[in-house]
Design a protein around this ligand. Structure first.
Ligand code: ZN
Length: 133
């Protein structure tokens, strides 16, 4: 039986994020009213509640905020990827996102480690991942 990853819930609001990933770009929302940058996509700015939100492409640089290493697959789709991590990365532009840091040396990861965005495709789905620098 072929395992498939759980699919993201793509809405009208988040569609630009996912379509950008399909072409290898990481986008975030920018509020024209107060200047806040945010992820995940929302109908309104989490700072000023403004709704004049545009999309900006990230340069891809960020830092590792925290992470957890998985040594057990809680979803069968991940069993061939163990061990892997689920991480929170803060982009230089400000937004934070839940992602993976790709490494063969998980013990070498550290808080505030510089990381760089790398688009990844798994089972036909474009997702974010980051490489440690
Ligand atoms: Zn705002």
């Amino acid at each position: 039986m072929t395992q498939v990853l759980p699919k993201p819930d793509i809405t009208e609001t988040s569609a630009p994020y996912w379509s950008a990933l399909e072409r290898g770009a990481l986008m975030f929302q920018h509020c024209a009213n107060c200047g806040q940058n945010q992820l995940p996509a929302r109908h309104e700015c989490t700072n000023c509640l403004g709704t004049d939100l545009g999309w900006v492409e990230s340069e891809g640089r960020g830092t590792l905020v925290t992470w957890v290493d998985y040594h057990r697959a809680y979803d069968p789709a991940f069993k061939d990827q163990i061990p892997y991590n689920v991480a929170i990365v803060e982009l230089e532009e400000g937004p934070r996102l839940v992602t993976n840091v790709m490494t063969t040396e998980p013990e070498a990861l550290r808080i505030d480690q510089p990381v760089m965005f790398r688009p990844t495709k798994r089972f036909g789905q474009s997702i974010t991942s980051f490489d440690p620098l």
